[in-house]
Design a protein around this ligand. Sequence first.
Ligand code: CP
Ligand code: NVA
Length: 306
Amino acid sequence: MRHFLTLKDFTKEELLEMITLAQKIKVQTKQKKFVPYMQNQTLGMIFEKSSTRTRVSFETGIYQLGGVGLFLSSNDIQLGRGEPMKDTARVISRMVDMVMIRTFNQSDIEEFAQFSKVPVVNGLTDSYHPVQVMTDYMTMIEYGKDQNPVVAYVGDGNNMAHSWLMMSAKMGFELRIATPKDYACDESIVADALELAKISGAKIIINNDPKEAVIGCDVVTTDTWVSMGQEDEKEARLKAFDGYIVDEDMMNMAKDDAIFLHCLPAYRGYEVSEEVFEEHSDEIFDEAENRLHAQKGIMVWLDSHR
Ligand code: CP
Ligand code: NVA
């Protein structure tokens, strides 16, 4: 049985198998052909943080695969009142067929997985957002940006930056990350990515210069400067990220046909300008829709590997 907690645990070939499956199921879905790959299965969805896309895409996704999703907010289940993660795992995994969790610490989802009888999918932690970056890669393929692309991530060294690090390290493409000095990526995740990059041939460049990162790149991406759980740091963060907005000037330094991706929610006037957001809304909302398709590929793959 496999858990989808970080891309680190999968080979490039396995990740591409999931995306290929997602592409196939997307075509079927567009034709209104709902193949019951996961008939009568229940997906437990535990949320310790808010969500729009993750909740709607997983719940709709499992339904379209012939199963049903259970929305379990930590405000409503005993986890929120202190029942241990490992007990929650041992109870829920006896009743459902797969679990998705959105939580804070990566170690919490790892503990859940350790005690779970069924596959666990990471729906975002403070460290990673692997289903999002799978979606982003699927979107890059659709836009013809998967052949030796250069991807520039500008902004916070957060869960999305870490997920891009892993994706680049696995797929072997060039990734340039620019963050303010005090908001750099986690050192151990960078070290892991650099180690994996030796095998895949990925070029990973990390610095504090957004313009240098973006010059001549194929894909520009960013994320909020204030992630969930960091609300108290908002004022300091907004100051520190001055100069990191992806605006027209910055996009003009990328290739003429560069695409812009954003996992959403976006905060216009902060990490991205209104103009850039609206100019690139086609790819941004294709990316958002692809959450539904990419996650079906991941769930069906995990289901067939137990
Ligand atoms: N991108 C993403 O995960 O969005 P939600 O927080 O709305 O789920
Ligand atoms: N980095 C953001 C991503 C939201 C989808 C957060 O963790 O809040």
